[in-house]
Design a protein around this ligand. Sequence first.
Ligand SMILES: [Zn+2]
Length: 473
Amino acid sequence: VAQPDQFDALEDLGVAADVLAAMRRFVADADDADLINIDPLEFADHHGLREAPTIDAFLHATRHGLFDMAWNVVCPDCGGILSEAVTLRQIRKPELGCSLCDRTYEPDLDASIAVTFTVHPRVRAIRGHRPEEQGVMEYMRQHYLGPTLALPRGAEFEHEYAKFTRWHGVLPPGGVATIDLEIPGGWTIVQELQLHAAAIVELTGARADERRETTFAISHAGMTPSRRTLPPGPHRFRIENRTDHRALCQITDANDALHEMMGRRKSYLTGKQVVTNQTFRNLFRSDVLDLDQGLKLRNLTVLFTDLRGSTELYDRIGDLAAYDLVRRHFGVLGEVVRENDGSVVKTIGDAVMASFPTPVGGMGAALAMRSSMAAFNRGRSDDALVLKIGMHAGPCLAVWSNERLDFFGQTVNVASRVQSIARPGAIVATAGVALDEHVRSLLAAAGATPIPHQATLRGIRDEVTVFEVPPAE
Ligand SMILES: [Zn+2]
Protein backbone atom coordinates (compact mmCIF):
# COMPACT_ATOMS: atom_id res chain seq x y z
CA VAL A 1 0.00 0.00 0.00
CA ALA A 2 1.37 3.40 -0.98
CA GLN A 3 2.26 5.80 1.76
CA PRO A 4 0.91 9.14 0.61
CA ASP A 5 2.95 11.16 3.11
CA GLN A 6 6.25 9.91 1.64
CA PHE A 7 5.19 10.85 -1.87
CA ASP A 8 3.94 14.22 -0.63
CA ALA A 9 7.47 15.04 0.49
CA LEU A 10 8.60 14.68 -3.12
CA GLU A 11 6.07 17.23 -4.28
CA ASP A 12 7.69 19.81 -2.02
CA LEU A 13 11.04 19.10 -3.73
CA GLY A 14 9.68 20.15 -7.10
CA VAL A 15 9.10 16.69 -8.55
CA ALA A 16 6.63 17.04 -11.43
CA ALA A 17 3.04 16.56 -10.23
CA ASP A 18 1.98 14.40 -13.19
CA VAL A 19 4.93 12.02 -12.69
CA LEU A 20 4.25 11.86 -8.97
CA ALA A 21 0.59 11.01 -9.52
CA ALA A 22 1.50 8.24 -11.97
CA MET A 23 4.18 6.90 -9.62
CA ARG A 24 1.84 6.86 -6.63
CA ARG A 25 -0.87 5.00 -8.59
CA PHE A 26 1.66 2.58 -10.03
CA VAL A 27 3.18 1.65 -6.67
CA ALA A 28 -0.31 1.00 -5.31
CA ASP A 29 -1.83 -0.90 -8.22
CA ALA A 30 0.84 -2.50 -10.43
CA ASP A 31 1.60 -6.22 -10.42
CA ASP A 32 4.59 -7.28 -8.33
CA ALA A 33 6.48 -8.17 -11.52
CA ASP A 34 6.22 -4.59 -12.79
CA LEU A 35 7.68 -3.04 -9.63
CA ILE A 36 11.09 -4.65 -9.95
CA ASN A 37 13.79 -3.15 -12.19
CA ILE A 38 11.59 -0.33 -13.44
CA ASP A 39 13.13 1.49 -16.38
CA PRO A 40 12.18 5.19 -16.12
CA LEU A 41 12.15 5.59 -19.91
CA GLU A 42 9.64 2.74 -20.28
CA PHE A 43 7.64 4.16 -17.37
CA ALA A 44 7.54 7.60 -19.02
CA ASP A 45 6.51 6.10 -22.35
CA HIS A 46 3.84 3.91 -20.78
CA HIS A 47 2.28 6.78 -18.83
CA GLY A 48 2.65 9.47 -21.48
CA LEU A 49 5.13 11.47 -19.38
CA ARG A 50 8.20 13.46 -20.38
CA GLU A 51 11.47 11.58 -19.83
CA ALA A 52 13.59 14.16 -18.01
CA PRO A 53 11.12 14.88 -15.17
CA THR A 54 10.44 11.14 -14.87
CA ILE A 55 14.14 10.38 -14.40
CA ASP A 56 14.34 13.23 -11.86
CA ALA A 57 11.36 11.83 -9.97
CA PHE A 58 12.90 8.35 -9.68
CA LEU A 59 16.19 9.83 -8.46
CA HIS A 60 14.43 11.96 -5.83
CA ALA A 61 12.23 9.03 -4.78
CA THR A 62 15.33 6.86 -4.39
CA ARG A 63 17.04 9.48 -2.26
CA HIS A 64 13.91 9.44 -0.09
CA GLY A 65 14.03 5.68 0.33
CA LEU A 66 10.97 4.89 -1.80
CA PHE A 67 12.97 2.97 -4.42
CA ASP A 68 16.30 1.19 -4.63
CA MET A 69 18.48 2.03 -7.61
CA ALA A 70 20.47 -0.69 -9.39
CA TRP A 71 23.33 -0.34 -11.86
CA ASN A 72 22.92 -3.45 -13.99
CA VAL A 73 25.79 -4.63 -16.14
CA VAL A 74 23.95 -6.03 -19.14
CA CYS A 75 25.28 -8.33 -21.87
CA PRO A 76 25.18 -6.30 -25.11
CA ASP A 77 24.51 -9.47 -27.10
CA CYS A 78 21.74 -11.32 -25.26
CA GLY A 79 20.43 -8.64 -22.88
CA GLY A 80 21.02 -10.77 -19.77
CA ILE A 81 21.90 -9.01 -16.50
CA LEU A 82 25.49 -10.13 -15.80
CA SER A 83 25.84 -8.34 -12.51
CA GLU A 84 23.51 -6.21 -10.45
CA ALA A 85 25.36 -3.49 -8.55
CA VAL A 86 23.45 -1.43 -6.03
CA THR A 87 25.74 1.54 -6.43
CA LEU A 88 27.99 2.80 -9.18
CA ARG A 89 31.08 2.09 -7.09
CA GLN A 90 30.21 -1.59 -6.87
CA ILE A 91 30.85 -2.06 -10.60
CA ARG A 92 34.28 -3.52 -9.98
CA LYS A 93 35.10 -6.16 -12.50
CA PRO A 94 37.24 -4.93 -15.37
CA GLU A 95 35.73 -7.64 -17.54
CA LEU A 96 32.45 -9.49 -17.33
CA GLY A 97 31.71 -12.72 -19.08
CA CYS A 98 28.41 -13.94 -20.47
CA SER A 99 28.49 -17.74 -20.40
CA LEU A 100 25.46 -17.86 -22.66
CA CYS A 101 27.11 -15.80 -25.41
CA ASP A 102 30.55 -17.20 -24.55
CA ARG A 103 32.12 -13.72 -24.62
CA THR A 104 33.67 -11.25 -22.21
CA TYR A 105 33.03 -7.53 -22.11
CA GLU A 106 34.54 -4.51 -20.43
CA PRO A 107 31.64 -2.66 -18.81
CA ASP A 108 31.10 0.81 -20.26
CA LEU A 109 28.57 3.36 -19.13
CA ASP A 110 27.09 3.91 -22.61
CA ALA A 111 26.26 0.44 -23.85
CA SER A 112 26.43 -2.11 -21.06
CA ILE A 113 25.13 -0.43 -17.92
CA ALA A 114 21.39 0.03 -17.43
CA VAL A 115 20.01 1.83 -14.39
CA THR A 116 16.73 0.57 -12.93
CA PHE A 117 14.58 1.17 -9.85
CA THR A 118 12.82 -1.33 -7.59
CA VAL A 119 10.15 -0.32 -5.10
CA HIS A 120 11.52 -0.35 -1.54
CA PRO A 121 10.13 -3.06 0.78
CA ARG A 122 9.05 -0.33 3.21
CA VAL A 123 6.75 1.10 0.55
CA ARG A 124 5.46 -2.18 -0.84
CA ALA A 125 6.61 -5.76 -0.42
CA ILE A 126 6.83 -7.63 -3.73
CA ARG A 127 7.85 -11.16 -4.67
CA GLY A 128 10.94 -9.83 -6.47
CA HIS A 129 12.43 -8.81 -3.10
CA ARG A 130 12.79 -12.50 -2.27
CA PRO A 131 14.41 -14.13 -5.31
CA GLU A 132 15.33 -17.08 -3.07
CA GLU A 133 11.64 -18.00 -3.10
CA GLN A 134 11.06 -17.63 -6.83
CA GLY A 135 10.80 -20.37 -9.40
CA VAL A 136 12.98 -20.60 -12.51
CA MET A 137 10.68 -18.84 -14.97
CA GLU A 138 9.79 -16.01 -12.60
CA TYR A 139 13.46 -15.50 -11.72
CA MET A 140 14.37 -15.53 -15.40
CA ARG A 141 11.80 -12.84 -16.20
CA GLN A 142 12.55 -10.58 -13.22
CA HIS A 143 16.24 -11.02 -12.42
CA TYR A 144 17.98 -12.58 -15.39
CA LEU A 145 16.65 -10.80 -18.46
CA GLY A 146 17.58 -7.17 -18.50
CA PRO A 147 16.05 -3.75 -19.04
CA THR A 148 17.46 -3.56 -22.57
CA LEU A 149 14.78 -6.02 -23.74
CA ALA A 150 11.12 -5.32 -24.43
CA LEU A 151 9.77 -8.41 -22.68
CA PRO A 152 6.22 -9.71 -22.72
CA ARG A 153 4.43 -9.91 -19.35
CA GLY A 154 2.52 -12.52 -17.41
CA ALA A 155 0.89 -15.29 -19.43
CA GLU A 156 2.37 -13.98 -22.65
CA PHE A 157 5.89 -14.43 -21.24
CA GLU A 158 5.02 -17.98 -20.11
CA HIS A 159 3.84 -18.74 -23.62
CA GLU A 160 7.08 -17.40 -25.18
CA TYR A 161 9.25 -19.11 -22.53
CA ALA A 162 7.68 -22.47 -23.33
CA LYS A 163 8.71 -22.12 -26.98
CA PHE A 164 12.42 -22.40 -26.21
CA THR A 165 12.54 -24.13 -22.82
CA ARG A 166 12.65 -27.94 -22.79
CA TRP A 167 12.87 -28.34 -19.03
CA HIS A 168 13.34 -26.25 -15.90
CA GLY A 169 13.69 -27.11 -12.25
CA VAL A 170 15.02 -26.04 -8.86
CA LEU A 171 17.74 -28.27 -7.38
CA PRO A 172 18.43 -28.20 -3.62
CA PRO A 173 22.07 -28.00 -2.45
CA GLY A 174 23.69 -31.29 -3.51
CA GLY A 175 20.62 -32.19 -5.56
CA VAL A 176 20.63 -34.06 -8.87
CA ALA A 177 18.12 -33.94 -11.74
CA THR A 178 17.91 -36.56 -14.49
CA ILE A 179 16.22 -35.42 -17.68
CA ASP A 180 15.55 -37.60 -20.72
CA LEU A 181 15.41 -35.65 -23.96
CA GLU A 182 15.09 -36.34 -27.66
CA ILE A 183 17.18 -33.70 -29.45
CA PRO A 184 17.07 -33.69 -33.24
CA GLY A 185 20.04 -31.35 -33.74
CA GLY A 186 21.11 -27.72 -33.38
CA TRP A 187 22.17 -26.02 -30.17
CA THR A 188 20.90 -26.66 -26.66
CA ILE A 189 21.90 -24.74 -23.53
CA VAL A 190 22.03 -26.08 -19.95
CA GLN A 191 21.95 -23.14 -17.54
CA GLU A 192 22.00 -22.16 -13.89
CA LEU A 193 20.55 -18.67 -13.75
CA GLN A 194 21.90 -17.17 -10.50
CA LEU A 195 25.53 -18.00 -11.25
CA HIS A 196 25.19 -17.36 -14.98
CA ALA A 197 26.64 -20.82 -15.43
CA ALA A 198 26.00 -22.42 -18.81
CA ALA A 199 26.97 -25.38 -20.95
CA ILE A 200 26.53 -24.96 -24.68
CA VAL A 201 25.76 -28.27 -26.35
CA GLU A 202 26.01 -28.73 -30.09
CA LEU A 203 24.07 -31.67 -31.54
CA THR A 204 25.68 -32.55 -34.83
CA GLY A 205 26.67 -35.48 -37.05
CA ALA A 206 24.85 -38.78 -37.56
CA ARG A 207 21.97 -39.66 -35.26
CA ALA A 208 22.79 -42.15 -32.46
CA ASP A 209 19.82 -44.35 -31.47
CA GLU A 210 21.12 -45.44 -28.09
CA ARG A 211 20.44 -43.05 -25.19
CA ARG A 212 23.63 -41.32 -24.02
CA GLU A 213 24.13 -39.94 -20.55
CA THR A 214 25.98 -36.66 -19.99
CA THR A 215 26.59 -35.10 -16.59
CA PHE A 216 26.69 -31.33 -16.07
CA ALA A 217 28.03 -30.15 -12.70
CA ILE A 218 27.27 -26.74 -11.23
CA SER A 219 29.82 -25.20 -8.88
CA HIS A 220 30.62 -21.61 -7.94
CA ALA A 221 33.20 -21.66 -10.74
CA GLY A 222 30.48 -22.35 -13.32
CA MET A 223 29.22 -25.32 -15.32
CA THR A 224 31.41 -28.33 -16.14
CA PRO A 225 31.66 -29.10 -18.98
CA SER A 226 30.91 -25.68 -20.48
CA ARG A 227 30.89 -27.03 -24.04
CA ARG A 228 29.96 -30.41 -25.47
CA THR A 229 29.43 -31.83 -28.94
CA LEU A 230 26.95 -34.74 -29.09
CA PRO A 231 25.14 -36.67 -31.82
CA PRO A 232 21.43 -35.97 -32.36
CA GLY A 233 19.06 -38.52 -30.82
CA PRO A 234 17.91 -39.61 -27.34
CA HIS A 235 19.87 -38.18 -24.41
CA ARG A 236 19.89 -38.30 -20.65
CA PHE A 237 21.22 -35.13 -19.01
CA ARG A 238 22.21 -35.35 -15.34
CA ILE A 239 22.51 -31.97 -13.69
CA GLU A 240 24.35 -31.94 -10.35
CA ASN A 241 24.18 -29.02 -7.97
CA ARG A 242 27.54 -29.01 -6.17
CA THR A 243 26.90 -25.64 -4.49
CA ASP A 244 25.55 -25.00 -1.02
CA HIS A 245 22.48 -23.12 -2.23
CA ARG A 246 19.55 -24.05 -4.42
CA ALA A 247 20.17 -23.99 -8.18
CA LEU A 248 17.73 -22.57 -10.76
CA CYS A 249 18.28 -24.73 -13.81
CA GLN A 250 16.85 -24.81 -17.29
CA ILE A 251 17.49 -26.51 -20.59
CA THR A 252 16.68 -24.33 -23.57
CA ASP A 253 16.98 -24.67 -27.31
CA ALA A 254 18.82 -21.87 -29.08
CA ASN A 255 15.93 -21.65 -31.53
CA ASP A 256 14.20 -18.80 -33.35
CA ALA A 257 11.88 -18.11 -30.41
CA LEU A 258 14.86 -17.57 -28.07
CA HIS A 259 16.68 -15.37 -30.57
CA GLU A 260 13.50 -13.43 -31.23
CA MET A 261 13.09 -12.64 -27.52
CA MET A 262 16.74 -11.61 -27.14
CA GLY A 263 16.43 -9.46 -30.23
CA ARG A 264 13.59 -7.33 -28.87
CA ARG A 265 15.72 -4.32 -27.94
CA LYS A 266 14.34 -1.11 -26.51
CA SER A 267 15.84 2.12 -25.28
CA TYR A 268 16.65 2.20 -21.58
CA LEU A 269 18.21 4.53 -19.01
CA THR A 270 21.97 4.21 -19.54
CA GLY A 271 24.68 4.69 -16.94
CA LYS A 272 25.91 7.57 -19.07
CA GLN A 273 22.57 9.37 -18.87
CA VAL A 274 22.71 9.09 -15.08
CA VAL A 275 26.31 10.23 -14.54
CA THR A 276 25.60 13.28 -16.73
CA ASN A 277 22.31 14.03 -14.95
CA GLN A 278 22.31 17.14 -12.77
CA THR A 279 19.79 15.74 -10.28
CA PHE A 280 21.94 12.64 -9.78
CA ARG A 281 25.00 14.84 -9.17
CA ASN A 282 23.08 16.97 -6.68
CA LEU A 283 21.45 14.14 -4.75
CA PHE A 284 24.17 11.49 -4.75
CA ARG A 285 27.18 13.60 -3.93
CA SER A 286 29.41 11.48 -1.83
CA ASP A 287 31.50 8.46 -2.71
CA VAL A 288 29.94 7.81 -6.07
CA LEU A 289 33.09 6.13 -7.38
CA ASP A 290 36.24 4.80 -5.75
CA LEU A 291 39.48 6.68 -6.24
CA ASP A 292 40.95 3.96 -8.44
CA GLN A 293 37.77 2.94 -10.20
CA GLY A 294 37.60 4.86 -13.53
CA LEU A 295 34.65 3.69 -15.63
CA LYS A 296 34.71 3.90 -19.39
CA LEU A 297 32.46 6.15 -21.44
CA ARG A 298 32.48 5.54 -25.18
CA ASN A 299 31.22 8.94 -26.16
CA LEU A 300 30.69 11.91 -23.88
CA THR A 301 30.06 15.47 -25.03
CA VAL A 302 32.13 17.91 -23.00
CA LEU A 303 31.44 21.65 -23.15
CA PHE A 304 33.50 24.50 -21.74
CA THR A 305 32.54 28.16 -21.46
CA ASP A 306 34.58 31.17 -20.49
CA LEU A 307 33.88 34.88 -20.26
CA ARG A 308 35.23 37.57 -22.55
CA GLY A 309 37.46 40.08 -20.80
CA SER A 310 36.67 39.13 -17.24
CA THR A 311 39.92 40.69 -16.02
CA GLU A 312 38.75 44.08 -17.34
CA LEU A 313 35.35 43.47 -15.79
CA TYR A 314 36.82 42.92 -12.30
CA ASP A 315 38.98 46.01 -12.86
CA ARG A 316 36.07 48.16 -13.94
CA ILE A 317 33.32 47.27 -11.47
CA GLY A 318 35.33 45.81 -8.58
CA ASP A 319 35.70 42.32 -7.17
CA LEU A 320 32.46 42.18 -5.25
CA ALA A 321 30.17 43.34 -8.03
CA ALA A 322 32.01 41.25 -10.61
CA TYR A 323 31.85 38.19 -8.37
CA ASP A 324 28.12 38.68 -7.93
CA LEU A 325 27.63 39.00 -11.68
CA VAL A 326 29.73 35.91 -12.42
CA ARG A 327 27.89 33.92 -9.79
CA ARG A 328 24.51 34.86 -11.27
CA HIS A 329 25.75 33.89 -14.74
CA PHE A 330 26.68 30.45 -13.31
CA GLY A 331 23.05 30.18 -12.21
CA VAL A 332 21.79 30.97 -15.71
CA LEU A 333 24.16 28.47 -17.36
CA GLY A 334 23.37 25.76 -14.80
CA GLU A 335 19.68 26.08 -15.58
CA VAL A 336 20.32 25.84 -19.33
CA VAL A 337 22.56 22.78 -18.90
CA ARG A 338 19.92 21.00 -16.84
CA GLU A 339 17.18 21.81 -19.36
CA ASN A 340 19.32 20.15 -22.03
CA ASP A 341 19.74 16.92 -20.02
CA GLY A 342 23.33 17.66 -19.02
CA SER A 343 25.12 18.51 -15.82
CA VAL A 344 27.67 21.05 -14.65
CA VAL A 345 30.81 19.10 -13.73
CA LYS A 346 32.62 22.04 -12.17
CA THR A 347 33.42 25.72 -12.42
CA ILE A 348 37.01 26.84 -12.81
CA GLY A 349 37.41 30.57 -12.16
CA ASP A 350 34.83 32.13 -14.49
CA ALA A 351 34.64 29.03 -16.66
CA VAL A 352 32.12 26.21 -16.63
CA MET A 353 32.70 22.58 -17.60
CA ALA A 354 29.54 20.65 -18.45
CA SER A 355 28.83 17.14 -19.72
CA PHE A 356 26.04 15.80 -21.94
CA PRO A 357 25.07 12.28 -23.01
CA THR A 358 24.68 13.41 -26.64
CA PRO A 359 26.24 16.05 -28.95
CA VAL A 360 22.80 17.56 -29.60
CA GLY A 361 22.37 18.13 -25.85
CA GLY A 362 25.64 20.05 -25.82
CA MET A 363 24.83 22.13 -28.90
CA GLY A 364 21.29 22.78 -27.66
CA ALA A 365 22.75 24.05 -24.41
CA ALA A 366 25.35 26.20 -26.21
CA LEU A 367 22.69 27.94 -28.31
CA ALA A 368 20.44 28.43 -25.28
CA MET A 369 23.38 29.79 -23.25
CA ARG A 370 23.89 32.52 -25.81
CA SER A 371 20.25 33.56 -25.87
CA SER A 372 19.94 33.34 -22.08
CA MET A 373 23.03 35.51 -21.65
CA ALA A 374 21.61 38.02 -24.14
CA ALA A 375 18.54 38.27 -21.91
CA PHE A 376 20.74 38.42 -18.79
CA ASN A 377 22.72 41.31 -20.29
CA ARG A 378 19.71 43.32 -21.39
CA GLY A 379 20.00 46.89 -20.14
CA ARG A 380 23.60 46.43 -19.00
CA SER A 381 25.58 47.17 -22.14
CA ASP A 382 28.60 48.43 -20.17
CA ASP A 383 29.34 45.22 -18.33
CA ALA A 384 27.66 42.70 -20.63
CA LEU A 385 28.96 39.16 -20.10
CA VAL A 386 29.84 37.47 -23.38
CA LEU A 387 30.60 33.74 -23.56
CA LYS A 388 33.23 31.88 -25.53
CA ILE A 389 31.98 28.31 -25.92
CA GLY A 390 33.77 25.19 -27.13
CA MET A 391 32.92 21.51 -27.20
CA HIS A 392 34.13 18.12 -28.24
CA ALA A 393 32.80 14.55 -27.99
CA GLY A 394 34.69 11.32 -27.52
CA PRO A 395 35.68 8.55 -25.13
CA CYS A 396 36.73 9.30 -21.57
CA LEU A 397 36.77 7.95 -18.05
CA ALA A 398 34.37 8.76 -15.24
CA VAL A 399 36.57 9.24 -12.16
CA TRP A 400 36.27 10.34 -8.56
CA SER A 401 38.51 13.33 -8.09
CA ASN A 402 38.54 16.22 -5.59
CA GLU A 403 35.34 14.98 -3.94
CA ARG A 404 33.36 14.96 -7.16
CA LEU A 405 32.37 12.82 -10.10
CA ASP A 406 34.65 14.12 -12.83
CA PHE A 407 35.65 13.14 -16.35
CA PHE A 408 39.19 12.50 -17.45
CA GLY A 409 41.01 11.97 -20.74
CA GLN A 410 42.04 13.52 -24.03
CA THR A 411 38.41 14.30 -24.93
CA VAL A 412 38.27 16.69 -21.99
CA ASN A 413 41.63 18.27 -22.93
CA VAL A 414 40.52 18.80 -26.53
CA ALA A 415 37.19 20.30 -25.45
CA SER A 416 39.06 22.79 -23.28
CA ARG A 417 41.49 23.68 -26.10
CA VAL A 418 38.63 24.14 -28.55
CA GLN A 419 37.00 26.54 -26.10
CA SER A 420 40.22 28.51 -25.87
CA ILE A 421 40.15 29.36 -29.61
CA ALA A 422 36.51 30.52 -29.59
CA ARG A 423 35.89 34.19 -30.36
CA PRO A 424 33.61 36.11 -27.98
CA GLY A 425 30.02 35.13 -28.76
CA ALA A 426 31.04 32.15 -30.91
CA ILE A 427 30.44 28.44 -30.41
CA VAL A 428 33.25 26.20 -31.67
CA ALA A 429 32.81 22.43 -31.98
CA THR A 430 34.82 19.57 -33.44
CA ALA A 431 33.53 17.38 -36.26
CA GLY A 432 32.15 14.70 -33.93
CA VAL A 433 29.72 17.28 -32.56
CA ALA A 434 29.10 19.57 -35.54
CA LEU A 435 28.52 16.78 -38.08
CA ASP A 436 26.21 14.76 -35.84
CA GLU A 437 22.90 14.49 -37.71
CA HIS A 438 20.80 15.75 -34.80
CA VAL A 439 23.15 18.71 -34.32
CA ARG A 440 22.89 19.54 -38.03
CA SER A 441 19.08 19.53 -37.86
CA LEU A 442 19.16 21.65 -34.71
CA LEU A 443 21.50 24.22 -36.28
CA ALA A 444 19.50 24.28 -39.50
CA ALA A 445 16.31 24.89 -37.51
CA ALA A 446 18.07 27.70 -35.61
CA GLY A 447 19.20 29.25 -38.90
CA ALA A 448 22.86 28.87 -37.90
CA THR A 449 25.48 27.74 -40.41
CA PRO A 450 28.65 26.26 -38.90
CA ILE A 451 31.81 27.34 -40.74
CA PRO A 452 34.64 24.78 -40.90
CA HIS A 453 38.27 25.79 -40.58
CA GLN A 454 41.61 24.23 -39.66
CA ALA A 455 42.93 24.98 -36.21
CA THR A 456 46.02 24.22 -34.19
CA LEU A 457 45.20 23.35 -30.61
CA ARG A 458 47.79 23.78 -27.89
CA GLY A 459 49.32 20.44 -26.93
CA ILE A 460 47.70 18.59 -29.87
CA ARG A 461 50.15 17.66 -32.62
CA ASP A 462 47.93 17.57 -35.71
CA GLU A 463 45.73 20.33 -37.02
CA VAL A 464 42.05 19.62 -36.46
CA THR A 465 38.97 20.74 -38.33
CA VAL A 466 36.69 22.79 -36.12
CA PHE A 467 33.31 24.29 -36.89
CA GLU A 468 32.37 27.75 -35.74
CA VAL A 469 28.84 28.92 -35.15
CA PRO A 470 29.56 32.66 -35.46
CA PRO A 471 28.36 35.17 -32.87
CA ALA A 472 24.64 35.92 -33.15
CA GLU A 473 23.90 39.35 -34.63
ZN1 LIG B 1 25.01 -12.72 -23.38
